[in-house]
Design a protein around this ligand. Structure first.
Ligand code: NAD
Length: 248
């Protein structure tokens, strides 16, 4: 098994779904993982599960609602981890369905704040500390919805497309300092995020060659790979983990 003992990781939105699975995998490989989310109870539960399995984790409560909340989380995370974050996973996101006409303006702004501005601020605050050490790995979670049109997902998809391009820019910006930046682009994955899709979820999953709804662990393993030294020469990649949906 991969051993990343001694590395510190910050995973946003890690109280459920893909973020939680990622935190669990990283902790299982030896990392000290900072769990973040809005809900103390759910955060404590993830920490308990990781510690019960022999791992190291702490919960930092953060409602990522504006730029300053990202700055505060970055500062708190760096303080808690002794000034050193080796792995940053930008995972927290929202994705409301809606037609373009009449899409609520505040909801539109919330999407671009949480899904784009928060990763931008976290990278701006944490990547320079990685640059100082000459190493670090950042993994952004985008979406297949950022690569082609899905009805009702225009705003969400635009955010994810933006994060995909930020990934490439950050790979170019920080790569010369030994900091790798990549993204995982998941396909349909069984988490609370996709509950509003109802029965349409299976239909969406059926459009991929593998044809099923992924378990969060199948996305987490790809994230953990990109965060690890196994991906030492991988930089600026958006890795499709979508059952082949974007291949057809
Ligand atoms: P999820 O709902 O289980 O997780 C989203 C996380 O973001 C939760 O922990 C939630 O608490 C957190 N979050 C939401 N608003 C927040 C806020 N204001 N402040 C702090 N945290 C906040 O969903 P998931 O499916 O695990 O999503 C994880 C990532 O995967 C997201 O970036 C999502 O866009 C992406 N994704 C998911 C799918 C899928 O089918 N589930 C497909 C493609 C991409």
């Amino acid at each position: 098994m991969r051993d990343i003992t001694g590395r510190n990781a910050l995973v946003t939105g890690s109280t459920s779904g893909i973020g939680r699975a990622t935190a669990t995998v990283l902790a299982g490989q030896g990392a000290y993982v900072l769990i973040t989310g809005r809900d103390q109870e759910r955060g404590d539960e993830v920490v308990d599960v990781i510690r019960a399995a022999g791992g190291k984790a702490d919960f930092l409560r953060a409602d990522l609602s504006d730029a300053s909340s990202a700055d505060i989380l970055a500062e708190l995370a760096l303080d808690t981890a002794g000034g050193r974050i080796d792995i940053l996973v930008n995972n927290a996101a929202i994705g409301a369905l809606g037609a373009t006409a009449g899409f609520d303006e505040a909801l539109y702004d919330n999407h671009f704040t949480l899904n784009v501005k928060i990763p931008f601020r976290l990278v701006g605050a944490i990547a320079p500390t990685m640059v100082e050490r000459g190493s670090g790995a950042i993994v952004n979670i985008t979406s297949m919805a950022g690569q082609f049109a899905i009805p009702g997902m225009a705003v969400y998809g635009a955010c994810k497309a933006a994060l995909g391009l930020l990934t490439k820019n950050w790979a170019a910006e920080y790569g010369p300092s030994g900091v790798r930046v990549n993204a995982v682009s998941p396909g349909t994955t069984r988490t609370p995020f996709v509950a509003p899709l109802g029965d349409a979820l299976e239909g969406l999953a059926a459009q991929s060659p593998l044809g099923y709804v992924a378990d969060p662990a199948e996305i987490a393993s790809a994230i953990a790979y990109l965060a690890s030294d196994d991906a030492s020469f991988v930089n600026g990649v958006v890795l499709n983990v979508d059952g082949g949906r974007t291949a057809i």
